[in-house]
Design a protein around this ligand. Sequence first.
Ligand SMILES: Cc1cc2nc3c(=O)[nH]c(=O)nc-3n(C[C@H](O)[C@H](O)[C@H](O)COP(=O)(O)OP(=O)(O)OC[C@H]3O[C@@H](n4cnc5c(N)ncnc54)[C@H](O)[C@@H]3O)c2cc1C
Length: 481
Amino acid sequence: MDSQFRPWESLTQDAGAWPVRAPADVLVVGAGISGLSTAFGLKRAGLAVQVMDAGAQPGGVIGTQRRDGCLFERGPNSALDTTELIGQLVDQLGLGGEMRLAAAAADKRYVVRGGRLMALPTTPAAFLGTRLFSLPAKLALLREPFVPAAPAQGEESIADFVRRRLGPEFLDYAIDPFVAGIYAGDPETISVQAAFPKLHALEQRWGSLIRGQLFGAAERRRQRETAKNSAKSFSFAGGMQVLTDALAAAVGPVALQTRATRLTRDADGGFTLWAEAQGRPLRYRARALVLATPAYQAAALLRESAADAAAALEAIVYAPVASVASAYVRSAIAHPLDGFGCLVPRKEARRVLGVLFSSSMYAGRAPEGKVLLTTFAGGQRDPALPGLTEHEIAARVQVEHRALLGASQAPLFQNVTRWPRAIPQYTLGHGGRVARAEAAVRQLPGLFFCASWKGGVAVGDCIKSGHLAAEAVAAWLRNPA
Ligand SMILES: Cc1cc2nc3c(=O)[nH]c(=O)nc-3n(C[C@H](O)[C@H](O)[C@H](O)COP(=O)(O)OP(=O)(O)OC[C@H]3O[C@@H](n4cnc5c(N)ncnc54)[C@H](O)[C@@H]3O)c2cc1C
């Protein structure tokens, strides 16, 4: 432990009516991948960390379940190995032997066009030959290097950006399904600057996406980052929850079923967090506080002490998603399931966002002779989704499996997980909202944010954000400003 860090002795006395927990250097609210990664970095820096979560288990939206010999995910099915921080974390947790890269077959990704699955081309030759894009759309790509870059200032939706640079068909059959796959979002409202900063930077730096793709590789190598389109997908033999379980074990007991309800600033500069722990009131005290919850939960906690931050965070919209695991007898599905899965463009007017061929990606997801599919429905395309019952959602998914994959029998089982507010939408103005929230909490020195509403929604983004947040908190504790 750094000799400058001292236990916060002044806070061990507390005469309030609510029981108070022994003070920590840092209190982390939220034990999703963001909060756990932050806590892990803080613990490695020698700090006393307490993590709490409203849920019954750590991991947030990451959760693996087993049924009838199948292993399925309620949230993310895999992560992309985009930063060397992921490998470091996996090694530090001793999970190297458990980590699994997706099967080579999973490099093949399908997009639905005209109701049929078409492989996304991955080589120039395949691009020329594919029927996913028309000849005029392919020819339009030749003009991309000559399309002028947008002014550096100002903001543009990803839909406008792609229409301007690549043409409408690329928006409909490449970017729209991709935005649905990552954000469950609507490309007309998602900000290219906030949600795809690297794409925006490619245009600004090279004047063209194609030129940037060709010449930017050396720059990415220098920054030790892998582009998302070439990074490998990974999970663990026991599913994604292996990672969050290992993190939770490493950071010490996480206080579960403990919901933060109120936050106050103490006269001596620390924080008191009021919580309900399995129905019982409890108070936590700490020198520094990390809010690693969804934006609307952070807003509720900040309403009293930083109303401007709360207002900015409340304006961040979340898309609803249902994740449906379906097990079938192999012979019931006509499609070869030889890939990662399929994404469904909005233009196709279907009732699902995409289907992952989970048992083709990773061994051990379904017993011999059976297959496991994970289907996502809802998103900003289908805001009525939260109003449907699990039975209705499962039935919709079966209809789509019949139409898209040739399912000829009912599934052996289906498991529906409803996420009414699943994924934060980095819509136009998002950067400004995050900046306003960050600026407003500067009046509460020692309070930090780390969550998927800033720094990226992917699991790898959250791990990176957690690493950076831990560094920032440790630096602040060494030298409180
Ligand atoms: C269905 C789905 C599929 C996805 N698929 C992928 C994928 O394939 N690949 C990928 O990279 N990413 C995927 N993502 C995105 C990624 O999983 C998430 O962005 C990421 O896991 C979010 O982590 P987080 O820690 O920021 O938030 P969360 O996981 O939401 O964790 C926040 C935690 O805060 C707790 N909390 C909230 N309020 C309070 C309170 N008042 N007091 C105490 N605790 C509180 C919650 O209980 C929760 O545990 C997917 C997301 C979803 C929902």
